[in-house]
Structure formats: structure tokens, C-alpha cells
Ligand binder design. Structure first.
Ligand code: NG6
Ligand code: CA
Length: 516
């Protein structure tokens, strides 16, 4: 990428100018990343579907840049978030798959992270919402009734208010600064992913206790029952600390508002990771029935409300203009992810995946092609960008914005794409690498999916996985729905993309040089 460092106030006509705060006389910008969970490209009205109305997200997009070709690194949460926060591809390690609720912390304290980057530049840092990257030293060893270490504070977050994993996994409690909130010392909490606790009813044994949502048949989620919903994993005790599912969106939003209020005078980085719209989808009753699509659509509206609350707060505090907001999702959409919430029946004409094939868990585009909006009033050129971007570049791009040189070993997976992210550069990456059942390489036109012997359909979620024992090649410029595998017709292109993948995977993070 051609780069030229310029003052933030002087947009000049270099092919790809890169703005850096380091040269700017302004205050360092606050940075907020709003990371949705399982929201698909088509789930926001600004991305073209006429079936849903998300005014706050649309306003953010309308006043900023809406990207059409942006990617999460992986088609599920843990590897996607790992890559986003560390700037390293999760597939370089074999322990970054979907984490259990009692997983040990996957990002190790010695690793560099975006939180550490911001801290090193004098920022206050926080994570609020879904974590799903493990806590404590090793799986199952957490001291749930005390100070849980290591945790977010060990990898660059000064403040944390998180759910350990997902709403469908125990423990169903809030963890603030690595201590469970509202825990009664006389009712200690126990968590296991192996053995049920004697006397504790389970979804599988006591379905009559499931008063809110039941798991879909054959779809797991039938262990501990919390608030009339059965989950993955077993837990016991901690009754006073249990979250209320219908208040999760409010809790996350109110903690974010309060964090903004407390930090109006300090530069801050807020990683705001919503639970919406992961299962079980239990939005607050005030959203009930508002989308006409049942809890899945209502949860999207709740997400949109959260976005509106953040914007209103920034306006009220007078810090909106100096805040860079990035809104995206950790992976693509899924309609039935395990609970009987009528999402399939009520979907109607809505296409959460937009024009793309597949969804969450899939190597097809909808697995990782996610909504991506960058908004920074007066600083980004409003519009739509088709630049190829990847969340793995957040680290290096923010490093560039802050004028901070990254450690050498981090410079390969995460690249400085600040020009593309801020809209001064039309072209983004030369290629992105995507992770689902297989690794794929996509260069903006051609996409190669490595062979895989897994089944073609995730029968639980009814998602096409993109798995195929044969190499797959798609021309996404002509065939955005990945219908026609043209690998046999273009062996040279297959070989070129295979070569990129080979060099990248063999480099152990030490270099992904394109062979042309
Ligand atoms: C799957 C769960 C699914 C969801 C997913 C993680 C079953 C059958 N399915 O294993 O419901 O929790 O993991 O989603 O248990 S993610 O968005 O956090 O990656
Ligand atoms: Ca997710």
C-alpha cells in the first residue's frame, strides 16, 4: 500500500493517504468498537434488506463509511474475537475454537493486544459485554467465588464488565473486574462442563421447568436451567448473582453509558461487545413483537437501540466529534442456533445473509462477510466503500493512527489498512484469509476454499458449510452467491491462491508475502 503521512486536517490527493493522530494537533480520538454477535450482513436496513428497520445503525452508516466487502476472520466467535483483539490469526493456534464457559484464558497475559496498544498511548480501556475468550489460568481452574485471574486486566483492559462466554453457556452471571457481581458469599457458585451437580434439575431431565425457551430438538443446550432456559454446562449456587436474560441488553448498554460518562475527559478505548443477537434471544419486553420476526428480529432492534444510546450519550457529553466508532459483527448470521424461538417460521422475506451464501459456521461468504461501519464526524469521508477489509487489521491500523510502532512479530497478520478504514483509500487488502471448516483466501474477485471432508450441511442450524472434498474457486464479481465452482477451469488461479495460503500458514506469523 502506498502511504503518506498527513495532517488530519489536510486531506490531500495522494493515492492512499494515511492519517495519523501522531502528526495531528487534535486531542487523541476516543475509539469505540461495537461488536455485534451473530448479526449478518443483511440484518441492518442500510445494507439493503427492506424487511428490517435499524435507524440508529443506518444513521451511523449514513454519517460515516459503510463497507460492503468487510470480513471477520472466522465464522464463529472465539477465533474471530481472538484475531480481532490480538492481530494474529486464530488458526495459528489449535486451542482457539468455540470456548466453553469454564475455558482458561485463551489470550495469554504475555501476548500483545489492542488493549495494550491503547494503554501504551495513555488511553483508558474497557471491555463491556460478551467475552468468550476464557478466564483464569486453565480450563476448570477458575476461582469463581473470588478474584478470577488472569482476566481482561491482564491483557490490556483497565475495566471489564463481561459475561464469561455466551448467554447459552454457564455461568450465567456478570463478572466485573474479574469478580462475580452480587455474589452471596453464603451461596457459592460452582461450574462444571463435565459432571452435573446432584439435585440440580437439567433441561434434559426436567423440561417442565423450561418456561421461557426450550432447546430445539437434538440441539444440545439441555443442561443447567437458569431463568427457565436450559444452557450448555452445569452450574450450582450463586442465585443472587444470576443475570436476568431480558435485562442483558440494558445492563450492557447502561454500563457503557456510565463508562462514557466517567471518561468524557480521558481518551478511551471501549470494546462494546453486545450479547445481541446470540441465542437464547430474550430481548427486553419493550421490544417484543416490534420487528414482526419474533425474538431474533426484536433482538436486532434492541441492538439498534444500544447503538442509539451510545450516540446520544456521546452527543450529550460533547465528545461525539472526537470519537471514532467502528461497528461490526463477530461472524455471520444463523437463524436456528438451538432454541425454539420461531426464528425460522417468522423470518418471512428477510435475508440475514443478504446476497451471500451460507451463514455462521460456513466457509461460504455469509460466514465472515459482516456489516462494517466506520464513523468519525468530520474525519472520515462519508460514503460507501468496497475496499476489502479484515478485522485482523484493527491492531496495526490503530497502531498507525496512534503513531505507535508495533512489535515486529505482529506486523504480518495485522496490517496497517488505516487509509481504507478511514475512507481515504479505495483499495484495501490484497487478500483476506477466512476461517470456518476450511481456510479460504479471497482477493476481492476470486475466492478459493481449501478442500475439506466435513459434511456439506450443518444439520443443526441448516447452514451450508462450504465443505467440499474438492478445491473450490468462485468468481465473486460475477457469482456473489458462490454457486458455480470454477476451480477446474482456472487451475492457475487455484494455484496462486493456494500458494498464498501455503505461505501464510507456513510463516507462523512471520510473513504472508503474496506470490503473484
Ligand atoms: C455452538 C452452539 C451454538 C452457539 C455456538 C457459539 C450447540 C449445539 N450449538 O456449539 O448455540 O453457542 O456454539 O456461538 O451447542 S458463537 O457465536 O459464540 O461462536
Ligand atoms: Ca458470534
Amino acid at each position: 500500500m502506498k502511504t503518506k503521512t498527513i495532517n488530519l486536517f489536510g486531506l490531500i490527493s495522494a493515492a492512499c493517504p494515511v492519517l495519523t493522530f501522531a502528526q495531528s494537533p487534535t486531542n487523541p480520538p476516543n475509539v469505540i468498537v461495537i461488536m455485534a454477535d451473530d448479526i449478518g450482513y443483511g440484518d441492518f436496513s442500510c445494507n439493503g434488506e427492506k424487511t428490517i428497520h435499524t435507524p440508529n445503525v443506518d444513521k451511523l452508516a449514513g454519517d460515516g463509511i459503510r463497507f460492503t466487502n468487510a470480513h471477520a476472520v472466522a465464522a464463529t466467535s472465539t477465533p474471530s474475537r481472538y484475531s480481532f483483539l490480538t492481530g494474529q490469526y486464530a488458526w495459528r493456534r489449535n486451542d482457539t475454537g468455540i470456548a466453553a464457559g469454564n475455558a482458561g484464558m485463551i489470550i495469554r497475559p504475555e501476548q500483545y493486544t489492542v488493549g495494550k496498544l491503547f494503554q501504551s498511548c495513555g488511553y483508558a480501556t474497557a471491555v463491556i459485554g460478551k467475552w468468550h475468550l476464557g478466564l483464569g489460568d486453565t480450563t476448570g481452574s477458575q476461582n469463581w467465588n473470588g478474584h478470577i485471574i488472569p482476566g481482561p486486566s491482564d491483557i490490556g483492559f483497565d475495566y471489564s464488565f463481561i459475561m464469561a462466554a455466551t448467554a447459552d453457556r454457564v455461568p450465567c452471571v456478570w463478572v466485573e473486574n474479574q469478580r462475580i457481581v452480587n455474589l452471596d458469599p453464603n451461596d457459592s457458585i460452582e461450574v462444571s462442563y463435565e459432571t452435573p451437580f446432584p439435585g440440580e434439575p437439567l433441561g434434559s431431565t426436567h423440561p417442565e421447568l423450561l418456561t421461557v425457551q426450550r432447546p430445539s430438538p437434538n440441539h444440545g443446550h439441555d443442561q443447567a436451567i437458569v431463568n427457565g432456559i436450559s444452557r450448555i454446562g452445569y452450574m450450582k449456587g450463586g442465585k443472587s448473582a444470576l443475570w436476568q436474560d431480558e435485562n442483558i441488553g440494558d445492563s450492557i448498554t447502561l454500563h457503557a453509558i456510565s463508562y462514557l460518562e466517567q471518561h468524557r475527559d480521558t481518551p478511551f478505548f471501549l470494546y462494546l461487545a453486545t450479547n445481541d443477537i446470540h441465542v437464547p434471544r430474550v430481548p427486553h419486553p419493550r421490544f417484543e413483537g416490534k420487528s414482526g420476526m419474533g425474538p431474533r428480529g426484536d433482538a436486532i432492534l434492541q441492538f439498534d437501540w444500544t447503538v442509539g444510546q451510545v450516540l446520544e450519550t456521546l452527543d450529550r457529553l460533547g465528545i461525539r466529534d472526537n470519537t471514532l466508532i467502528i461497528l461490526t459483527s463477530d461472524n455471520g448470521p444463523v437463524v436456528d442456533d438451538g432454541y425454539q424461538d420461531r426464528a425460522v417460521e417468522l423470518l418471512g422475506q428477510h435475508r440475514p445473509w443478504g446476497d451471500f451464501r451460507g451463514g455462521k459456521y460456513s466457509s461460504f461468504e455469509a460466514g465472515t462477510r459482516v456489516p462494517f461501519i466506520v464513523n468519525w464526524p468530520g474525519r472520515v469521508k462519508k460514503g460507501v466503500s468496497d475496499a476489502l477489509v479484515s478485522q485482523v487489521d484493527f491492531l496495526a491500523s490503530m497502531g498507525s493512527l496512534l503513531g505507535k510502532d508495533l512489535p515486529d512479530h505482529l506486523k504480518n497478520d495485522s496490517r496497517n489498512e488505516l487509509g481504507a478504514w478511514l475512507g481515504t483509500c479505495k483499495k484495501g487488502r490484497d487478500y483476506v484469509i477466512l476461517q470456518a471448516g476450511s481456510l479460504s483466501v479471497y482477493d476481492g474477485t476470486w475466492k478459493y476454499i481449501a478442500p475439506n471432508n466435513g459434511g456439506p450441511l450443518n444439520v443443526l442450524t441448516n447452514t451450508e458449510t462450504g465443505n467440499n472434498p474438492q478445491p473450490q474457486l468462485y468468481n465473486l464479481k460475477r457469482d456473489v452467491g458462490e454457486k458455480k465452482n470454477v476451480a477446474a477451469k482456472h487451475p492457475d488461479r487455484v494455484q496462486r491462491l493456494q500458494q498464498i495460503l501455503k505461505e501464510c500458514t507456513q510463516s507462523r506469523g512471520g510473513g504472508c508475502v503474496i506470490s503473484r
